[in-house]
Design a protein around this ligand. Structure first.
Ligand SMILES: *[C@@H]1O[C@H](CO)[C@@H](O)[C@H](O)[C@H]1NC(C)=O
Ligand SMILES: *[C@@H]1O[C@H](CO)[C@@H](O)[C@H](O)[C@H]1NC(C)=O
Ligand SMILES: *[C@@H]1O[C@H](CO)[C@@H](O)[C@H](O)[C@H]1NC(C)=O
Ligand SMILES: *[C@@H]1O[C@H](CO)[C@@H](O)[C@H](O)[C@H]1NC(C)=O
Ligand SMILES: *[C@@H]1O[C@H](CO)[C@@H](O)[C@H](O)[C@H]1NC(C)=O
Ligand SMILES: *[C@@H]1O[C@H](CO)[C@@H](O)[C@H](O)[C@H]1NC(C)=O
Ligand SMILES: *[C@@H]1O[C@H](CO)[C@@H](O)[C@H](O)[C@H]1NC(C)=O
Ligand SMILES: *[C@@H]1O[C@H](CO)[C@@H](O)[C@H](O)[C@H]1NC(C)=O
Ligand SMILES: *[C@@H]1O[C@H](CO)[C@@H](O)[C@H](O)[C@H]1NC(C)=O
Ligand SMILES: *[C@@H]1O[C@H](CO)[C@@H](O)[C@H](O)[C@H]1NC(C)=O
Ligand SMILES: *[C@@H]1O[C@H](CO)[C@@H](O)[C@H](O)[C@H]1NC(C)=O
Ligand SMILES: *[C@@H]1O[C@H](CO)[C@@H](O)[C@H](O)[C@H]1NC(C)=O
Length: 803
């Protein structure tokens, strides 16, 4: 990490002695960083190198660094500043002084530069810098002035404005920077400033599990073997104001939370207690029946934001399965958090020791820390992690509406799902938790962003769990079909995830927008929020089992709690009802009348046309009108040819749109043919009759199939009972046809034997009715048929409207 020093190395020989600054740089050096030793200038290679714990920061980050002289060089004095990497580079953040080694000067509260406290020769300088908690000033770099030699009146050598590499502002990264950042900005430390001193006894008389950089720790656990007890000291800098809090160490077989024996130090109404508890399999912590079992509190205090506890724990107590024996080796867990109404809340900080700890030794044990940016091997974020501490059930997040926006489905404090979001500058951090059972362990959850209450044209971020992995991906709803984006990692990054029993949790960040990506919506603008979950099979998402949407547009930069809304299905229902009226009732009646009722009312006419013809024509004209209207309505609704992702087990339903187009075409063709029909008796009349019949009957059969497919479409959401109505419809229709056909044949056989022509001239041909056929039977059956069809139509419409 040594940097190309864009430095002017300066060599000054002091002629006029300023009896100088053995206790640090004077304030007049704040701006130009030049010590007021008398100047003479020289240049050369800078004989120091500087290292930083991170080259990224965000509000509240902590960066530590050190300055190491090359061999043969030392440091007498120094002045370190963090300056914005632009223009005149404003001072930013503040430094934390290290006891007797450094102190702060300059800038706000005189904390924006770090300098030495004595003129001893130093072989190394460590510094700790805290990023501002409010608005950041963009990328920055550390500027350092180092005095190497200073003998008043004799010699002064120093180096001015040495700079470290640039430290990037996480809140102002470009898309590529954010997604190629080796240490993702999201997991930089945002803890309260650590100020626990490292215990020099560590590794000598005490075993320790610290999280320390330089000589400052965020927490420290030490242990000393006392024969049949172990003495523990816990220190942390957890800052929860004046609230009660706890520190706990867990003894675990693995690095997991469940099945862990816990020794804890808590304050309850500001009174310290040392207790024994146990983490059960379902991630709940329960106190042992005898809550002080084996524990003796020795000393404790809570001052100056250091929370400290010293207690002894008996190594082994017989017949206590939940009190683990410290003669064995364990993985050590450490956690701190708040205590509210006497109950421990979810930890704010949790650390897990890397190694198995033998409490008889005095080793220093490293820990894995999920907020640690200095560990270069970051966690594999693409695999499920349990560091967030899983909820056994989805519970209401008290931060909802306060620091987070939330889209919940909660009854009392238990939720079936909860989506929370927090603005993070360029991106929004989402956490989705769902306990909705989807009947399969491999499952997906997704949130969608849309401009309307419709599924099509929705930008989607999804969490897929299959093959033991959880991945977050970007996809898009093209019509009612969902497709992954060609770069399915676009703009999303998994932060944490887990599957705990029935609960699926996924936390990820999503960029607000990516320039030029039409299918990745800009969520700086308000959108309707969708939530859906379903199962996966062979890595492929199946139709959702559950879907919900917000009742209005959601501002992802605010902390709202939207209610849930509904997709407007009015147009789909109108389409379904029009088609039902057209094909279940009108066309059924029209077809039967034309086929079987030509002989009825032989002497009556309506508007100079035969009764049967008028009924047929009216029915069929209305059928055409309804079909055309329904066709237009559905095109308006889906905005084009509907791409349907079929419901599970109903793959055939995806043909509904194509069948619908076929039906509509045939329905349009028939009246056109009828308009140009040859007159009765003309040469082509039989051919017309046949074609008219064929087109009509094809349309009718296709329409019935299409309606059946349509009723099973996911997007229609029609109740399953509609299928029984369709079965009833087909049955009734077939029965009536059968009865009338048998009757017709029997009449024909007796009355018009040998009249072969009639069998081809079903419909419009003006067959001479047989003299003794008054058509009353047919009229009667047809009437009954019409009533049945009307009944089925009305029931079906009722089911559709109700769904
Ligand atoms: C260090 O500073 C003290 C005054 O505080 C001075 O007397 C002494 O000479 C200085 N030592 C060196 C090596 O500069
Ligand atoms: C050091 O940097 C500061 C801030 O950029 C600048 O104001 C100052 O003039 C520089 N000093 C020298 C000696 O270049
Ligand atoms: C730090 O300074 C204090 C007085 O300011 C002194 O009592 C203490 O011994 C010093 N510690 C070290 C390690 O020099
Ligand atoms: C953020 O970055 C852009 C370019 O990457 C830069 O122009 C802008 O000044 C930066 N903002 C701040 C506050 O530094
Ligand atoms: C600086 O920190 C390193 C480890 O981070 C430590 O080894 C060294 O002793 C520290 N130096 C000073 C002067 O505190
Ligand atoms: C440790 O305890 C055992 C008995 O429990 C005793 O015999 C032994 O002397 C003790 N050792 C020390 C160093 O106290
Ligand atoms: C709890 O355990 C301690 C020993 O650790 C014992 O002294 C105390 O009597 C026990 N209390 C109860 C109620 O059993
Ligand atoms: C604990 O670990 C040490 C090594 O650190 C090993 O020598 C010892 O046998 C282990 N003890 C048990 C009970 O496994
Ligand atoms: C803490 O104190 C309050 C009132 O002072 C009391 O109501 C409450 O029960 C106490 N809590 C516990 C756990 O003792
Ligand atoms: C992270 O997980 C992926 C997929 O499971 C795997 O290919 C990769 O090797 C893992 N990386 C590390 C550092 O464990
Ligand atoms: C979680 O929910 C299930 C079913 O609603 C219930 O049986 C169980 O007790 C709940 N667990 C917790 C820890 O609330
Ligand atoms: C996203 O929307 C915001 C607010 O309307 C706008 O300022 C920003 O430029 C948009 N981003 C892109 C990439 O279009």
């Amino acid at each position: 990490m040594t940097r190309n020093f864009s430095t002017i190395a300066l060599l000054y020989y002091c002629l006029v002695v300023v009896s100088t600054y053995p206790t640090g740089a004077p304030s007049l050096a704040c701006d130009d960083m030049i010590p007021a030793h008398e100047p003479t200038m020289a240049t050369g290679h800078l004989p120091f190198h500087m290292t930083l714990s991170s080259t990224y920061y965000k509000p509240g980050s902590i960066i530590t660094g050190s300055i190491n002289p090359d061999a043969g060089h030392t440091i007498k004095g120094f002045l370190i500043q963090a300056r914005a990497d632009n223009g005149n580079g404003a001072l930013t953040g503040e430094f934390r002084p290290s006891a007797n080694k450094s102190k702060t000067v300059c800038g706000d509260n005189a904390k924006q530069s770090l300098t030495h406290t004595n003129n001893h020769t130093k072989t190394m300088v460590n510094f700790t810098w805290l990023a501002p908690t409010g608005k950041t000033k963009g990328d920055l770099l550390f500027r350092v002035t180092i005095v190497e030699v200073y003998t008043p009146g004799v010699v002064s050598i120093y180096w001015v404005n040495a700079t470290t590499q640039i430290v990037k502002d996480c809140t102002n990264l470009s898309y590529t920077e954010l997604y190629t950042a080796p240490e993702p900005c999201d997991i930089l430390p945002t803890q309260t400033p650590p100020n626990i001193p490292f215990d020099p006894e560590c590794g000598r008389t005490k075993g320790c599990s610290p999280d320390c950089r330089n000589d400052i720790c965020t927490y420290l656990v030490t242990w000393t073997d006392k024969n049949d007890t172990v003495e523990f000291e816990l220190s942390s800098s957890i800052s929860v104001g004046t609230e009660d809090k706890y520190m706990a160490i867990g003894f675990s077989y693995d690095q997991q939370m469940p099945d862990t024996s816990v020794a804890e130090c808590v304050t309850i109404n500001r009174t310290f207690m040392a207790r024994s508890s146990f983490n059960t399999e379902d991630y709940t912590n329960v106190l042992l029946k005898n809550e002080t079992l084996g524990m003796t509190l020795l000393t404790s205090h809570d001052t100056d934001s250091v929370f400290y506890c010293k207690f002894q724990r008996i190594k082994y107590i017989s017949n206590q399965a939940q009190y683990y024996d410290l003669n064995s080796n364990w993985t050590l867990l450490f956690a701190t958090g708040r205590v509210v109404h006497g109950l421990k809340k979810k930890h704010k900080l949790k650390e897990i020791s890397y190694q198995i700890v033998d409490f008889k030794t005095v080793d220093i044990v490293d820990s894995i820390s999920h907020h640690d940016s200095t560990t270069t091997t970051s966690h594999n974020l693409s695999t499920p992690t349990t560091t967030e501490g899983p909820p056994s059930n989805v519970t209401w997040d008290p931060d909802c509406g306060v620091t987070k926006g939330c889209f919940p489905d909660c009854r009392t404090s238990v939720c079936s799902h909860l989506i929370t979001w927090q603005d993070a500058g360029d991106s929004v951090r989402f956490v989705i938790t769902s306990s909705i059972s989807v009947g399969s362990n491999e499952r997906w959850m997704a949130i969608g962003f849309s401009d309307n209450f419709k599924m099509p044209d929705t930008s989607v971020s999804e969490c897929d769990y299959f093959g033991g992995n959880i991945q977050v991906k970007s996809s898009y709803n093209d019509g009612y079909e969902n497709h992954l984006l060609s770069n399915d990692a676009l703009g999303v990054r998994l932060l944490g995830s887990g599957v705990y029993g029935g609960t699926f949790m996924c936390s990820f960040s999503r960029l607000k927008s990516v320039a030029g990506e039409q299918k990745f919506f800009n969520i700086s603008e308000q959108r309707i929020l969708f939530f859906a979950t379903g199962q996966m099979s062979g890595g492929v998402k199946q139709q959702h089992k559950y879907k919900e949407m917000s009742d209005g547009k959601v501002d992802f930069e605010k902390f709202g709690i939207p209610g849930s809304g509904e997709e407007d299905k009015t147009l789909i229902k109108i389409h379904a009802c029009l088609m039902t009226v057209a094909w279940i009732f009108l066309s059924s009646v029209g077809v039967v009348v034309a086929r079987h009722c030509k002989t009825a009312f032989p002497n009556s006419t309506i508007f100079k046309q035969k009764v049967w013809f008028q009924i047929h024509r009216t029915c069929m004209t209305l059928t055409f009108t309804c079909t055309a209207a329904a066709f237009v309505v559905i095109f308006v609704k889906v905005g084009g040819l509907s791409q349907i992702s079929p419901s599970e087990g109903y793959e055939y339903t995806k043909y509904h749109p194509y069948l619908g187009i076929a039906v509509t075409s045939l329905t349009t063709l028939n009246p056109i043919m009828a308009f140009f029909r040859p007159h009765p008796g003309e040469k082509y009349r039989p051919m017309f009759n046949w074609a008219h019949w064929f087109v009509g009957i094809s349309a009718h059969i296709l329409a019935a199939i299409t309606i059946f497919f349509g009723l099973n479409l996911e997007m229609a959401g029609v109740n399953y009972t509609a299928n029984y109505m369709m079965v009833g419809y087909v049955g009734a229709f077939a029965l009536v046809q059968l009865i009338l056909e048998i009757y017709r044949r029997s009449r024909k056989n007796t009355a018009e034997l040998g009249n072969l022509v009639s069998s081809q001239t079903y419909l419009l041909a003006k067959d001479k009715p047989s003299p003794n056929d008054t058509g009353s039977f047919q009229s009667c059956v047809t009437f009954v048929h019409a009533v049945m069809m009307l009944g089925i139509m009305l029931t079906l419409i009722a089911v559709i409207v109700e769904s």
